[in-house]
Design a binder for this molecule. Structure first.
Ligand code: UT7
Length: 391
């Protein structure tokens, strides 16, 4: 019998301490107005004493397990997606496994930048579908405040700390991931990186003096990549899922910049109500941003049982990842009736759905091309205006 990975529990953990844009005005040469208009961020959570990637992971997992009514000793595997582990060694996943009391669980840390959670979710589903494991915890978590240069206004205003976890359990009913796409384009690996502190350039006085142990980012390069990839990846996974585009109730994108989300949403031709945005409250929390937005969407009643949701991320690597999820967290006794169970209906609907999705993706591509051309034409004008303002 085919097995599916069903999300049955979820939970988030964010530090108490909040850093607002007005607080940042006191620290670097920036303004609330610049941050809000350029990014959509108003505040972010920052860890306090004793709070780390491990402690946030444990709290998020405890909530996820409690919701699913599963004990920690029943967990088979823990996947922690993060770029900010407590230590380079040991893997933070083992600390989480121990502190959680998940005595039977295997554990590993997955580094795929901001797309880590979706990579982790797909990996968890594979372990379940093959029959190796019954219950897998997937966590997206970051302590980015430890890695940003608090004197660099181009990065420090963007990032925040937090984490969220889901429990994926084996199910014999069709649910969970319907289609997915994972990708990497390493030719832009230095668009977002820590130049020093790794094995290529270990810690030294020079690394510290040049502040190379802090995060560096080429924002404009990632911006272009993100708008293009988000649109392409969403189109691809929806087409691969076989669902009509209208059957997607919610899109949960990585929260890096409200303008990136806005542009992608316009390209996709989606109503803004169908897109989850919570960047104003957390900033960019990298691997934590998609599961945090998932938890908030559930708290706000924006995702209901039976809905289809698209998760889409992009980030360091540069990587991207998208998945269409059938959301049905409760363990219902009967099998849901699906169109595929009715050969006549299925034969009738599938070609129509395919044609409609081809028309939709052609429209998306045309809108994206138009936006690219308009942006290319407008860029010199913006630059000229900027030069004038500076004079
Ligand atoms: O999580 C995935 C990885 N990250 C991303 O996806 C980030 C993608 N990129 C972005 O979100 C945007 O590129 C940023 C938000 C990082 C920057 O926005 P932008 O519109 O691309 O700004 P810019 O870098 O072109 O800078 C415009 C101006 C510059 O001044 P001049 O050269 O025009 O005089 C910057 O120096 O804004 C200035 N600036 C700031 N001003 C006030 C940069 N940071 C700040 C700041 N406060 N914090």
């Amino acid at each position: 019998m085919k097995r599916y990975g069903r999300i049955t529990g979820w939970g988030k953990s964010v530090p108490q301490r909040i850093l607002t844009n007005h607080d940042l005005e006191q620290m670097v040469d920036t303004s609330d107005e610049w941050i809000v208009t350029r990014t959509g961020i108003r505040e972010r959570h920052i860890v306090g004493p004793g709070e780390t990637t491990a402690t946030m992971s444990v709290e998020a997992c405890q909530k996820a397990l409690e919701r699913a009514e599963v004990g920690p000793e029943e967990v088979d595997l823990i996947i922690v997606a993060t770029s900010t582990p407590d230590y380079l060694c040991p893997p933070v996943s083992s600390i989480v496994q121990d502190q959680l009391g998940a005595t039977r669980a295997a554990a590993f840390t997955l580094v795929a930048g901001c797309t880590g959670f979706v990579y982790g979710l797909v990996t968890a589903s594979q372990f379940i579908e093959t029959g190796l494991y019954e219950r897998v915890l997937v966590i997206g978590v970051e302590t980015l405040s430890a890695g940003v240069d608090w004197t660099d206004r181009t990065t420090c205003v963007l990032f925040g700390d937090g984490g969220a976890a889901v429990l994926v359990e084996a199910s014999d009913q069709p649910t969970g991931i319907l289609s997915c796409e994972l990708g990497s384009d390493g030719s832009d690996w230095d668009a977002l990186w820590y130049p020093g502190g790794g094995c290529a350039r270990p810690f030294s006085e020079e690394v510290l003096r040049n502040r190379e142990h802090y995060l560096r980012m080429d924002g404009r390069r990632i911006f272009r990549f993100a708008t293009r990839k988000m649109t392409e990846a969403v189109t691809n996974v929806v087409r691969a899922s076989g669902l009509p585009w209208d059957d997607i109730e919610l899109i949960i994108p990585h929260q890096a910049n409200a303008r990136i989300i806005d542009l992608a949403v316009r390209r996709l031709g989606v109503a803004p109500e169908k897109v989850m945005v919570n960047i104003d409250r957390y900033g960019n929390t990298s691997a934590a941003s998609i599961p945090l937005a998932l938890c908030d969407a559930l708290e706000e009643g924006r995702l209901k049982s039976g809905d289809h949701v698209v998760l889409v991320g992009f980030g360091a690597g540069l990587t991207w990842a998208a998945a269409v999820l059938h959301w049905q967290p409760e363990r219902v006794a009967e099998e849901p009736i699906r169109v595929e169970d009715w050969p006549l209906l299925s034969n009738l609907f599938q070609p129509i759905t395919r044609v409609r999705n081809v028309v939709w993706s052609t429209q998306v591509a045309a809108r994206a091309r138009l936006q690219d051309v308009t942006l290319a034409a407008m860029t010199p004008i913006y630059q000229w205006q900027r030069r004038l303002r500076r004079k």
